[in-house]
Design a binder for this molecule. Sequence first.
Ligand SMILES: Cc1cc2nc3c(=O)[nH]c(=O)nc-3n(C[C@H](O)[C@H](O)[C@H](O)COP(=O)(O)OP(=O)(O)OC[C@H]3O[C@@H](n4cnc5c(N)ncnc54)[C@H](O)[C@@H]3O)c2cc1C
Length: 410
Amino acid sequence: MSEQTFIIVGASLAGAKAAEELRGRGFDGRIVLIGAEPERPYERPPLTKDYLRGESPREKAYVHETDFYTEHEIELLTSTRVATLDPGASRITLADGRELGFDRLLLATGAEPRRIPIPGADLEGVHSLRTLADCDQLRDRIGAGGHVVVVGAGWIGSEFAASARQRGLEVTVIDPLALPNERVFGPEIGSFYRDVHAQHGVELLLGDGVEAFEGDAAIARVRTASGRVVDCDFAVVGIGVMPRVELAEHAGLEVDNGVLVDEQLQTSAPGVFAAGDIARAWHPFFGERIRVEHWANALNQGPAAARAMLGEPGSYDRIPYFFSDQYEVGMEYSGHAPQWDEVVFRGDRNDGEFIAFWLQDGRVIAGMNVNVWDVNETIQTLIRSRQAVDVGALTDSDTPLESLLAQPVT
Ligand SMILES: Cc1cc2nc3c(=O)[nH]c(=O)nc-3n(C[C@H](O)[C@H](O)[C@H](O)COP(=O)(O)OP(=O)(O)OC[C@H]3O[C@@H](n4cnc5c(N)ncnc54)[C@H](O)[C@@H]3O)c2cc1C
């Protein structure tokens, strides 16, 4: 029986999956999983989708059954905040003053919504959406109907807008960009999603920022930079997230847009690891450090960190992947494309069923399949192959995607 204590800070997807992996690999020492939220670990994607709309039970959102943690002798401390980390002394202090020593520690403290620094941001009825508690409040708001202003047309804002429309609310989306998610995916995908929302009756005020929320005690209207005034019953702010790095920073770990980790997910302090939204990890395939704020990364990086904590060899080199569901439009995206030469399409965007490929130097560096399924693995293989592709074949729906792998263009 091991005498060792492994502590996991952050009881969400990355943390819970790491704890599961530790037991799964036979670690029989002490595991303490500590989370600031009152809930046992749960997944966040349902909070903009089926759970938000009241279409799925709360139980479905949790990562594990209630008994999982006791059955696996994982000490789950909920409503418990870790206040300090001392890597030199291998100790943490909890907010209530208790101290705990560790042999290995995993930081999985995730990310938190960016606050909007404008007048009225603290008014009643101005919401953000990160936790189950946030979502429960918004479920009630949606249930009461009315008009919601969504600030930010990124994935959270867009998914919330779609769910609110599906529940019959009047929805206005405001974003300073000309098109949703334009900076990351380009105008082709941005205009596709703009049109999807417009077709579902969302009012889009694009190329315009929000300057103030106004009202007496509660929000009653939103004023934009261009001087527009939009009356509303409540607002949801989805303008991105920031990695929760305070603990790491105060501990003296290297931090730069996330906690810096190597390909084994170890931080600059030996024995201290980081995974999920908080980690900016060296990626051996891309040859740079990347931080990924998506579900699949937390799902897979947590267990990878657990294996590294056990001293098992291996590096984390998965191709980043995420998914989004809005109305009847489901999509998956794989890859990492900070810049690209062109975006080409297989299938017609007007039919709502297509695959977009981001190309650089004739190679596929990312792909998004929209309402086309069972292709994402092939897209990832294409990316990994780094081979130049025949664009004619790539964009021809009658040519099987797999055949491109067999016929590299030299
Ligand atoms: C509403 C919503 C919908 C989403 N939908 C999708 C989707 O459709 N597709 C997709 O790919 N991704 C989606 N995501 C992103 C995905 O959920 C995140 O990438 C994932 O939750 C990251 O998991 P994590 O474990 O790294 O961190 P988090 O989920 O952020 O969890 C970190 C936990 O650490 C706790 N914590 C922080 N500091 C401390 C401390 N000092 N002491 C104790 N505990 C602490 C926090 O309270 C929190 O519970 C969505 C996110 C949200 C918010």
